[in-house]
Design a protein around this ligand. Sequence first.
Ligand code: ATP
Length: 420
Amino acid sequence: MRPVGSSPLARHAMAYVLAGGRGSRLLELTDRRAKPAVYFGGKSRIVDFALSNAYNSGIRHMAVATQYKAHSLIRHLQRGWNFLRPIRNESFDILPASQRVSESLWYLGTADAVYQNIDIIEDYGTKYIVVLAGDHVYKMDYEFMLQQHVDQNADVTVGCIEVPVAEASSFGVMHVDETDQIISFVEKPADPPTMPGNADISLASMGIYVFEQKFLFDLLRRDAADPNSSHDFGKDLIPYIVKNGKAVAHSFNRSCVRSETEPGAYWRDVGTVDAYWQANIDLTHVVPDLDIYDQNWPIWTYNEVTPPAKFVHDEDGRRGSAISSLVSGGCIVSGATIRNTLLSTGSRINSFSKVENAVILPYVQVARSCRLRNVVIDANVKIPEGLVVGEDPEEDALRFRRTERGICLITQPMIDRLEA
Ligand code: ATP
């Protein structure tokens, strides 16, 4: 593997992370935070994957555009990503929508979220810009994509991945020719086109775009003046280049980062509660598809200072135990059993409780004698004594947000309603 940070092109590039959208299909999980700020894998937030990829690829100038309920995201970025230093010609800017172009306008779309900050980005003096959706989980070395962009003399290079046609409606979908040039591109089509010779698969955009900075700025200025544009990369800019310039597709297979244990290219949108639950629970497998322990490609994040996780007998001598589970710092499992579960920082599970197939976000408290199965529990929720979830589907659906697949999302307002 290429040593981290040795990239010649990446050193001339900046990463611009789009993190202003809600991620509405995550339902109440994004009631108070944007999707990129949602916790993932016990210690990280979703946005840490795109940022870590940029950093590990050797990119040293980064900016994150925020808009929807950005407080949690901004606090996380300030705490966890403050190690890039201007004195080493590095920078990290958080760019909340702040009516910079007009006092009546927030970020109108993803392209506008770049356009409104052109003056700030220009000061970095970088030649290339890697625009990244901040809401996907994957490991990728952007250097290979930059290299393809330069080799093929493209106007834009778009990261792409094959997805089942049934899932393709949530993405930009494209067709390419034998030289990887994109010949058609439609954003979030109701009826997604499939790949030639395979009616089950579509070629989807990963929301990763490489441009030469000057080309992008000219295009953004042109787009800003167009009254018919929605000022969005997928809806407006990429289709425009496909028609009038040279857009090239970069296959994720060429640049995905895999450790020795990872079976294939891993990329998840985690856009729904079911997909989010599944991707987290997958991490509890003995050899998961995503290796977050790979020291060659660390997922950088805010590392909260916590005491060690602790497993204790309760006063009756009942063991506190965790089987096939990820347990973060500051957690205490006391006389309770957790199985195939992910415990985020600072959570407590008390006596006689049994927790299985659960994604538990930071600082959750589970009181005594609970039985919880197939759940996602939002941060700071206090689960009352004796609560049972995952045994009676009808009852669960009345009290919590129960998905088609039978996963229950539990938030504090739902618990408060139970107790009212
Ligand atoms: P949903 O429609 O489910 O709420 P979304 O708006 O979060 O989804 P996309 O439209 O796929 O998602 O957005 C792609 C990326 O751009 C995401 O990372 C999202 O956070 C970000 N984004 C979306 N709209 C804006 C905006 N106006 N400003 C900045 N970033 C944005």
